[in-house]
Design a protein around this ligand. Structure first.
Ligand code: M6R
Length: 603
């Protein structure tokens, strides 16, 4: 949530690089954007409401500096206005901030003479630093004094007008990394995966990075300190090689990141198939052999992937599985049984609700594994047991597509590996079906899917049974996110217990109906909708299409025939394609839906 990037460079002007990097970070939030530069004119700031493009358009052409920082915001405290955009700046100190300062009221009362210009919590950090600099004449000491007063979470980058060759960054909970490119540019960023650096260092909580200009030279160097134990101690950190490629942040010939990432799915799934064949899931599967239950905890699409995992773990593995939304798990005093293993699933590895759930499990001495797409993330580092890589590559569309199916692929890979110990013949059958998935997905992509949008439709129901129920939930979420149309996923069998009251001539129901053992039951639901004048969008396969002869008021999409593993992937992709098409028809931006951000680092 919110993107931070700062650059200190031997070049005389980093403004373009800063704006390019900020554009790459825009998926983290895009309500407003701003930058501050330590330019020959002093410390200057520019901000604009909306996307980075608006900032770029408003920037004076002659603005130039070798050092500066930028921020793209997802509003938490205070509306998406220019006054609330970052950097917050009082004429002396400029600050960009991710996270939430929880004791802002208490801190503001320590500064009674300030006239507050924004509704943000960040502004209080600015004034605290300025007031400590006036007393201590030392920027680092002033930041230490400020940070000691802060309660909450933060990733901060700070510039001060009296320290024209110096940039300071520090963090607590929210991620912050330092990077360097082979051209000598130094970076600080909230999201190192999308910044083109050769080497990087992840800051730990209370670490401080100070970038200064080398005396007599034009370049900057980074040194590291810690504020831990209320001291200011110099520390050594080790640079790690980064594997970023420039193509990661480019959409190439695609129209947007969403469709690019949808098309990457066959390759992404193949990586998990390879991981299974390499034996990567053996350690976790061995541990599961000694457990009597699995708990899966996640949010959003990751939660729906977890639900699909439950269907597989219980149906194929006969292993009791509980799946829970992190934010509910955290505050309902859950019971973690001793003999269970908890899996946290998160694309970003930074979702605060899920990080809090880790604290709950840790407090109960529970073992946990992490499935994530970001191996440098806070969750990845916290895993007490196994760390499973989604291997989807950076997902830059806010709407999750390839990371979701990668979660399914890792989950089924683990289930198959577990079955290899318990029932090798059953494992072989499932694996054969799993290995068909990349080819089947390529076939699904060869078709067009269109959602008939009935004028004045109040909502769209997504109905599925068995594994198609959590896929229906995910399909409805995809439609909400990309089109802002209300949609609801429901188990087909549950429709008659209430939602059927919604069905009339304006109702559209998307029905997921692979020709499996539940086909006849979900077809009954389709008939129930049609009998009440509703329109059905029927996703099935050739065998299902031959049996579902109801043509009035229905549109059928024929998916490739799939098995008990592959159907989850095939129908998930169908749901993604349907939402993507609907978004395009309505002129919505699927990469950057309104009000959303890629990684949700607030509760
Ligand atoms: O990074 P995480 O997987 O923890 O994120 C969880 C949700 O915020 C995320 O899946 C969200 O629902 C997406 N926007 C779905 O498209």
């Amino acid at each position: 949530m919110c993107g931070i990037v700062a650059i200190a460079s031997p070049r005389t002007n980093i403004v373009e690089s800063l704006l390019d990097a900020l554009t790459a970070l825009e998926y983290r939030g895009y309500d407003s954007a701003g930058l501050a530069l330590l330019s020959p004119r002093g410390l200057v700031r520019h901000r604009a409401v909306g996307k980075v493009k608006n900032l770029r358009d408003t920037l004076p052409a002659l603005e130039a500096a070798p050092i500066g920082m930028a921020h793209t915001r997802w509003a938490v405290m205070g509306a998406a206005t220019e006054a609330n955009a970052h950097p917050q700046f009082d004429g002396e100190t400029a600050v960009v901030h991710n996270g939430i300062i929880e004791n802002v009221g208490e801190l503001k009362s320590m500064l009674p003479d300030i006239i507050w210009e924004s509704q943000t919590d960040t502004e209080v950090v600015v004034h605290l630093v300025s007031s400590f600099v006036r007393k201590e004449r030392d920027l680092l000491a002033a930041i230490k004094s400020t940070v000691q007063l802060l309660k909450g979470t933060f990733a901060l980058v700070i510039l001060h007008k009296d320290f024209p060759d110096m940039l300071v960054a520090t963090k607590r909970i929210n991620p912050l990394s330092v990077g360097k490119s082979n051209t000598g540019d130094l970076f600080v960023t909230s999201d190192i995966a999308v910044i083109p650096v050769e080497q990087y260092i992840d800051l730990e909580d209370d670490d401080v990075c100070v970038m200064r200009k080398r005396v007599g030279e034009g370049d900057f160097f980074a040194e590291f300190y810690t504020f831990r134990h209320n001291k200011l101690e110099k520390i050594e950190k080790t640079w790690k090689d980064a594997n970023q490629t420039a193509t990661v942040t480019s959409i190439g010939d695609y129209k947007n990141f969403t469709i690019k990432e949808i098309h990457e799915q066959p390759n992404v799934i193949q990586k998990s198939i390879n991981a299974l064949n390499r034996g990567d899931y053996i350690p976790i599967a061995q541990e599961m052999m000694n457990k009597s239950a699995i708990n899966i905890i996640a949010c959003g699409s990751s939660f729906y992937a977890g639900l699909i995992g439950k269907y597989w773990l219980e149906r194929f593995g006969r292993l009791l599985t509980n799946v829970e939304i992190s934010s509910e798990f955290n505050y309902r005093y859950p019971v973690i049984t001793k003999n269970s293993l908890t899996l946290f699933i998160s694309q970003s590895g930074e979702t605060l609700d899920t990080l809090k759930a880790m604290e709950v499990v840790r407090a109960e001495q529970g073992d946990f594994a992490v499935i994530t797409n970001v191996l440098q993330s806070t969750m990845a580092k916290a895993a007490t047991r196994h760390l499973l890589d989604l291997g989807a590559g950076p997902e830059l569309s806010v709407v999750s597509t390839k990371a979701f199916t990668a979660q399914l692929a890792v989950l089924i890979g683990v289930v198959i590996q577990y079955l290899k110990f318990k029932d090798p013949r059953a494992a072989d059958i499932l694996q054969e079906d799993f290995e068909r998935v990349p080819g089947l997905l390529s076939q699904v992509m060869g078709q067009n899917y269109h959602l008939p949008l009935i004028p004045n439709a109040s909502s769209i129901l997504y109905l599925g049974r068995g594994i198609c129920y959590p896929i229906a939930l995910e399909g409805a979420l995809k439609l909400k996110e990309t089109t802002y149309i209300h949609a609801e996923g429901y188990p087909g069998g549950e429709m008659k217990h209430g939602p059927i009251a919604l069905i009339d001539a304006r109702a559209v129901s998307v029905i997921l109906a692979p020709h499996n053992e539940l086909f006849n039951k979900i077809v009954s639901n389709a008939h129930e909708v049609i009998a009440r004048g509703g329109h059905v969008v029927f996703f099935t396969d050739a065998a299902g299409n031959a049996e579902f002869t109801q043509r009035a008021n229905s549109t059928a999409y024929v998916m490739p025939s799939s098995g008990p593993v592959s159907e989850a992937f095939v129908y998930s992709l169908g749901m993604q394609a349907l939402a993507y098409d609907a978004a395009g028809g309505l002129g919505c931006d699927p990469d950057r839906p309104r009000n959303l951000a890629k990684s949700v680092t607030v509760e």
